[in-house]
Design a protein around this ligand. Structure first.
Ligand code: FAD
Length: 456
């Protein structure tokens, strides 16, 4: 029987793994390969690289030390590994992102020259992007319609994939230069790998799913699953989560299912229009007037370093730098602040997020940014400008979240921490006054939006 290569990418697990099942069906002798591709990792900062390193170590452990990690261009590395072991097929979960599609086409061409088959089975989504279409065969542009069609279409049950059926190559048997997986930093990162993700999911189902719809907007509570990084790297597949959710009937489970659907919707949008990773989905926004120059750069720096004088914004941006994660409600508010209060383009903020988020995901990140900016599909209407103070008072009612991340405000009790400029002595030492006046900047943003309508 021929050998096969199972090339892991965003599917760093062994359970519910259709590509693993396909490789095992094809061959008893399989190489488990991961390629460290600098092109893909270039935008990633230390936390994201650290999390990936932990996922790879966990996968290697679960494979009994059989994960072969090689650095380089996949179009060169994958055919070379296949040739060294005499593989007739390379198995992957489909990558539907813009870079992944191009890369895979190049790998497929190179393999075809050597007569090796490139086999895509499954994807990181319950329903592979591109498959949910309307009666005319077109993609949906509104989430609500996509969501209905996605639910109606349904998804497969989790796949049976048994790694013990396979005789994995020992990496030392493959004559290629192996890459060392960097030692991840000791702390500050979420637990990584399949087992950790499944444990986290079980705890969430036991303790939080029933209140998820109520608590998910509260950054001061641990109300969400924090599975985004694990979902991005495929330590757990959304189909596994959807399968388990079916046993929970409440509104919490329904709300969680809808959030998973947002992830699928944005991947679908990017699959159909890959250019929206960089450009406005709604091209009218190409005419929107952004601020540029030194002042604008200084405002960006204040935002990115958590020194705007608006506590909720600063808490979120500091949480991002410290933990590589930020609560969804806070992501929306800081994104709105960058675009509508500081008049800076969404892609500057999106790039900063991609660098620092452990869960950085091109589809979810760019499309959420565009949603907030107003330029995306299904976007929040432009006139909905988040007020950073009322949002803080509503979703962090006692000020606990901002005090956790902004130590300068630790002595300010209750929700007064949200308005330090109103304290009798002004903001505490070391904490800046607001860099802009929200009400004034809101007027400016709405004025520029009206100019945009005139263009349209
Ligand atoms: P939970 O509330 O437990 O949700 C469960 C899962 O559903 C998440 O893990 C995620 O996979 C998915 N999900 C939830 N909300 C969304 C959403 N709005 N859009 C798409 N999927 C969602 N999410 C990323 O995974 N990567 C990103 O790079 C990213 N960038 C974002 C940028 C902005 C400006 C905004 C507003 C949101 C962004 N999100 C991103 C979506 C969301 O904030 C995170 O998925 C969520 O905060 C992750 O925490 P959690 O796993 O505890 O979420």
């Amino acid at each position: 029987m021929d050998a096969a290569v199972l090339w892991f990418r965003r599917d760093l697990r062994l359970g519910d793994h259709p590509a693993l099942a396909a490789a095992a069906e094809r061959s008893h002798r399989v190489v488990a390969l991961f390629v460290l591709d600098e092109v893909l990792l270039r935008p990633a900062g230390a936390p994201r690289r650290g999390f990936l390193a932990r996922c790879l170590r966990a996968l290697d452990h679960d494979l009994g030390g059989r994960l072969l990690v090689v650095r380089g261009d996949p179009a060169r590395v994958v055919p070379s590994v296949a040739a060294r072991v005499g593989a007739r097929s390379v198995h992957v979960s489909a990558d539907t992102g813009p870079y992944g599609r191009e890369r895979d086409a190049a790998v497929e061409r190179a393999l075809a020259e050597a007569g090796v088959e490139f086999d895509r089975t499954g994807s990181p989504y319950a329903v592979t992007p591109g498959r949910v279409v309307n009666a005319q065969g077109e993609p949906y542009q509104m989430f609500s319609a996509f969501y209905r069609a996605w639910l109606n279409r349904g998804w497969r049950e989790p796949a049976t994939s048994d790694p013990s059926e396979v005789d994995w190559f020992d990496p030392s048997e493959v004559d290629v230069e192996r890459a060392a997986v960097a030692e991840p930093p000791a702390d500050g990162l979420p637990a990584a790998g399949e087992r950790a993700a499944l444990r986290q999911w079980e705890t969430f189902l036991d303790e939080r799913i029933d209140h998820y719809d109520r608590d998910r907007d509260r950054p001061d509570l641990a109300g969400t699953s924090r599975l985004s990084a694990a979902l991005h790297w495929g330590c757990v597949h959304p189909r596994t989560l959807l399968h388990d959710l079916a046993a929970h009937s409440g509104s919490g489970a329904a709300a969680f299912r809808a959030e998973l659907a947002w992830r699928e919707f944005f991947a679908d949008v990017l699959w159909h229009r890959s250019e929206v990773a960089r450009r406005n989905y709604d091209r009218r926004y190409d005419h929107y007037q952004h601020d540029t120059g030194e002042d604008a750069d200084a405002r960006f720096t204040a935002w990115a370093s958590g020194r705007t004088g608006y506590p909720l914004i600063d808490a979120g941006m500091r949480q991002l730098l410290a933990e590589g994660w930020m609560h969804n409600r806070v992501r929306m508010v800081v994104a709105s602040f960058l675009v509508k209060d500081l008049h800076l383009p969404w892609w500057r903020g999106a790039r900063h997020f991609l660098r620092h988020l452990v869960d950085a995901d091109l589809a979810s990140n760019q499309m959420n940014w565009q949603w907030v900016a107003g330029s995306g599909t299904d976007a929040a209407p432009y006139f909905r400008v988040f007020n950073p103070t009322t949002q803080a008072e509503r979703f962090d009612p006692n000020g606990d979240y901002v005090r956790r991340w902004v130590p300068e405000l630790r002595a300010v009790p209750g929700k007064r921490a949200h308005t330090p400029w109103l304290l009798p002595a002004g903001p505490p030492t070391g904490y800046p006054p607001p860099i802009v006046d929200h009400a004034e900047e809101r007027r400016v943003a709405l004025g520029r939006f009206s100019a945009l309508k005139a263009v349209a």
